[in-house]
Design a protein around this ligand. Structure first.
Ligand code: 16G
Ligand code: ZN
Length: 512
């Protein structure tokens, strides 16, 4: 086949450094940008195969999220905008690791195992973040796509969640929205403006102000692009917009969450709301400093609590019997879990770290709110739930109070990017909820008090010696580790601690 010759020829322009071994981890491949050119080309090839197999458009995003500027990475996006199917992650790893002369064999192996019809058309959407290495690396992806005869659309600079959104729009024939960046702003901002029409009477104009730390990345660029669509209903002061500072350096959601302090480069008065995005804008955390100068972080757990409380209240007002659950990971603050289960009476599930695990667990409910403590999360509505909300909103005999709740629910569905966690979409939803409830960030923060906690990362020679169970909350190996943790934890009231191997770095992480 002509395409295989093209692949051979082209792949020699994207050679693999001999003996380099890489793995498709929790969030795709991540490494120093210099080690990724061959992987990008090969992910272009794999995306074509995945597209042929699913008979749908597939996405490839070039980003290393919150990692330093020197790094880069790549992940594939499946037809409904979700993460790549797990069984295909091992194909990604096999292709990435095939030595130059074995690449065609590795490729044919996937084709055979998946019984791929090579005459099927293939389309791949490609996007990239603002890293200096991203342009040439995304070109390598495009080269891979064309070498195997696939069609591609290059979206250029987009946030990770924007690319996920485009893929879903494309594969649902526009039902989810228009597969353009403008279409994305239009859908989300229109829903936001509809929501904000219901703002509480005590909500002052001052409360329209929000400071955003763009982590010197793609999120900053996109917030700027979106602003005109907000019709001054949200007044954003943008910091770390990439004009001076370095990507993710002493700023961004990961820095703020791990360091528990404000990002550098932001000017914000005591009591005012601020939020930080990460480097590819799929995470968000909020914060404020009180009059005593104390920093208060409102992380993914606080966000999940705010959103699920809002949704639960609306469901009650609308008289809709839909099952809502919150999905968290081992990192969730014990106070949030306690508050959700005992005060809010919502079901809480715990899964392993990594968006794909949370996403799948959330799909089991009518409404699944999932958030990692680090600020990555979204809300999923089942088809049946969306239908019930629509019907109620459109039914002429619905009484006023129920109708108001149904319309609020409907616009909440529209403002949310259900494909993956999305800092921009989450921000609009949170801002709308605070305005509708007439709530300050201090009141939101006071819903429950976080138990004090610390996160630690330790470099180890082989992280695989640690194996965990119970959604990563207990270590089963090495022998004696869990017993040692238990005996320490026993000394404190309401205490908890765990150790787990990272899925993205050569470290083990612990929380206490
Ligand atoms: C990635 C994951 C995130 C996880 C983080 C740390 C996705 C899209 N992102 O950013 O979910 O929390 O890595 O994972 O899955 P780690 O603690 O295993 O290194
Ligand atoms: Zn990210």
């Amino acid at each position: 086949m002509a395409h295989f010759q093209d692949v051979s020829k082209q792949s020699s322009l994207h050679p693999k450094p001999a003996e380099l071994v890489s793995q498709y981890g929790t969030a795709g491949f991540r490494a120093n940008a210099k080690l990724l050119d061959h992987i990008m080309f090969r992910m272009g090839l794999l995306a074509v195969l995945r597209s042929k197999k699913t008979k749908a458009t597939i996405g490839v995003m070039v980003t290393a999220s919150h990692n330093p500027e020197e790094d880069n990475g790549v992940k594939l996006i499946d037809p409904m905008g979700e993460m790549l199917l797990q069984t295909w992650e091992s194909y990604a790893t096999q292709l990435a690791n095939a030595e130059q002369e074995d690449l065609l064999t590795a490729l044919k192996d996937v084709i055979e195992k998946e019984a791929i019809n090579m005459s099927q058309e293939a389309t791949v959407f490609v996007g990239k973040d603002t890293r200096s290495s991203s342009s040439s690396l995304s070109q390598a992806v495009l080269d891979g796509v064309s070498a195997l005869g696939g069609h591609s659309k290059d979206y250029g600079l987009v946030t990770t969640p924007q690319l996920h959104y485009m893929v879903r729009c494309q594969n649902t024939q526009g039902q989810y929205g228009e597969a353009t960046v403008e279409g994305y702003y239009r859908k989300l901002c229109q829903a936001f403006i509809q929501l904000i029409k219901n703002k509480a009477s005590n909500c002052t104009d001052d409360q329209k102000h929000l400071s955003v730390d763009g982590a010197n990345g793609i999120g900053a660029l996109k917030v700027h692009e979106m602003e005109s669509h907000l019709k001054k209903e949200l007044l954003i002061s943008l910091f770390n917009d990439g004009s001076k500072g370095k990507l993710n350096y002493q700023c961004g959601a990961d820095f703020v969450k791990v360091q528990q302090k404000p990002p550098t480069g932001i000017e914000i008065n005591p009591g005012e709301r601020g939020c930080s995005f990460d480097g590819d804008a799929d995470r968000i955390v909020y914060y404020y400093t009180d009059s005593d100068g104390r920093f208060h972080l409102l992380d993914g757990d606080k966000i999940a609590t705010l959103i699920s409380t809002f949704l639960k209240e609306l469901l009650t007002q609308a008289g809709l019997d839909l099952k809502i659950a919150v999905v968290q990971t081992a990192y969730a603050n014990g106070s949030s879990t306690h508050y959700l289960e005992n005060t809010m009476k919502v079901t809480v599930r715990c899964t392993k770290t990594g968006v794909k695990h949370l996403h799948h667990a959330a799909q089991e409910f009518d409404i699944g709110v999932y958030f990692e403590a680090n600020g990555h999360g979204t809300v999923l509505f089942s088809e049946a739930a969306e239908e019930k909300i629509q019907q109620l909103a459109e039914n002429p005999s619905t009484d006023d109070e129920r109708k108001r709740a149904a319309l609020l629910l409907r616009n909440t569905v529209y403002v949310i990017n259900q494909t993956v966690g999305d800092a921009i979409s989450d921000m609009l939803l949170i801002e709308a909820i605070l305005a509708i409830k007439g709530m300050t960030i201090q009141q939101w923060d006071a819903m429950y008090t976080d138990l004090p906690n610390r996160q630690l990362k330790v470099k180890v020679s082989d992280r695989r010696v640690i194996d965990t169970t119970d959604a990563e909350r207990r270590a089963v190996s090495p022998a004696g580790l869990q017993e040692a943790i238990d005996s320490l934890v026993k000394k404190y009231r309401q205490a908890r601690s765990f150790v787990r191997p990272s899925g993205t770095e050569d470290v083990v992480k612990s929380l206490r």
